[in-house]
Design a protein around this ligand. Sequence first.
Ligand SMILES: [Zn+2]
Length: 448
Amino acid sequence: MPSTPSSVSRRALIGGAAASTLATASVASASSAYAGSSRSVRSSRSSRSSRPRGNVILLALDGFDREYLDGRVALPHLESLLRRGSLSRSTGVMTSITNPSWTSVACGTYPDRTKNAAYWFDTAAGVARGQSRDSAVEGIGQSLRRQGRTIGSSQWFILQGKGVDYGDPQGLYTQPGGRIDARVDDAIAMLTGQPVDSGGTIMTLPEPPDFLAVYSSDVDGDGHSWGPSDPRLLDTLRETDAAIGRLITAVKDADLWGRTTWLVTADHGMSNWRIPLGSTAIERLAAAGFRAEYVGSGGRVSSPDTDVVFVGGGSIASVHLLGELAGSASATARVAEVFAGIEGVSGVFTKDDQRAMRMAPQYGELVVETREPYALFVTVPAEAFDGRHGGRAELDIPLILSGHRVRPGVAPRSPRHVDLAATISHLLGVAPPAASEGRVLREALLPD
Ligand SMILES: [Zn+2]
C-alpha cells in the first residue's frame, strides 16, 4: 500500500454545502473557465515568455501491472492514448515498492542515491520502518519550480513539500482521497480554472499548470486485497479507464488537447501470494541456532535474545543481524543458506547484490525475495489470494507516451523509471532534477 497519510476524503471532512458546491463545480465541463480571465492569463504568460507551449500530464497509477493491458478487459481510453503514441515495457527500481519507486521517478535516479527505503529494520532506533517520503536528492517538483514552471498534483503525494504544497498556486497540492474519480475531479478543476480544495483552502488556478500529476491507488489497493488475477479487478481497471476518459474529455473541452503530452505509468507491478513463509523461516533459523523474529513496520523485537530480525515488504523481506552477529560475514552466510533452502525463495541478496541493483543502503545484511505464490509474512491472506510486490518480478511496468510531441507508433527503447524526470523536463524546456541520471526518451518524441 502507498503511504499516503489519509485515504479519508477531505471533502467528507470539510463537509456540508462547501463540499457539494465544490464537487458540482469540479465535475462540470469548464471549457470556458479561462475565457473570462484572459487578461490574467496573458499577463502571467508574458512573464514566463521562455516557456514552451506544451504541458505534461502524468497519470501515476499505483500497482498497474503491465499485464493488465494484455486485453483481459477493454480499456478504450488508455487504448486511445497508446494508439496515438506508444506503449512500452518500462523498468522500475528495487525494491519495487511504492515510495522508493515514485521517488526514483521524481528524482531520475536510483534508491542508492535517493536513499528512500521501505520495510527495513532501523537497528539504531530498534524499530522496523515502513515507507517514507525521504529523499536525499532534488525531485522534479523542486526542479520545475526552481526553473519557473508551474505544477499541479492531485494526490501524487511524493511531490508534497517538494515543490507542491497546499494553497500554493505555483505548485498546488490536493489530496481528495477517495477513488480515482475524486482525483480526476481535482485535476480537471486545476486544468480548467475551477475552484479546488487544497488542504481546506479553496483555490482557483489562473492557468493550467505546466506539469500536472494525477495519482490513483485503486488498482494497487484492490490488487492487494484480491490478487491481480481476481475477476473483480477488471471492474477496477474499467473504473480507472473511465476516469481517464473523463480527464481526456475535459482536456479536449478546455482546448488543451493539442498542447498536452501524456505519460501514463505505474510504480510497480503486482503478483499473487497465498502461502506465508515467515513461520517456516523462523523454524529453520532456530534449527540452525538463530533466534529469529518477524517484525511488521513500526514493530520492535520482543526479546533481547533475538539475533535475526526480518521485516516483510511483500515479495521481499529485509533481514538484519542484531547484537554480536551484526555485520558478521560467517553468520550472514549461514542465515543466507537457511533462506536459500526454503521452497519459494527466489533470491537472497547480499549487500554486494543490493549495491549492484542500486538499492537503498538501509536494507539489512540480506534481502530475501520470494516467488509466487509465497511471501515472507506470518499470517495467511484474508482471501484465497492476495497481491504483493517488492521484488524483481514486479519491476515490469507499462509506459504510455501520447499526444503533443510524441511520435506515434514509435516506442522508446528500454525505458526506465529513472528516464521519466529527464523526459518530462525536456518536454517542458528545462533541465532535469539535479541528480537525474536518466535519459530523455528522444526516439519516441518528435524533434523539437
Ligand atoms: Zn502496493
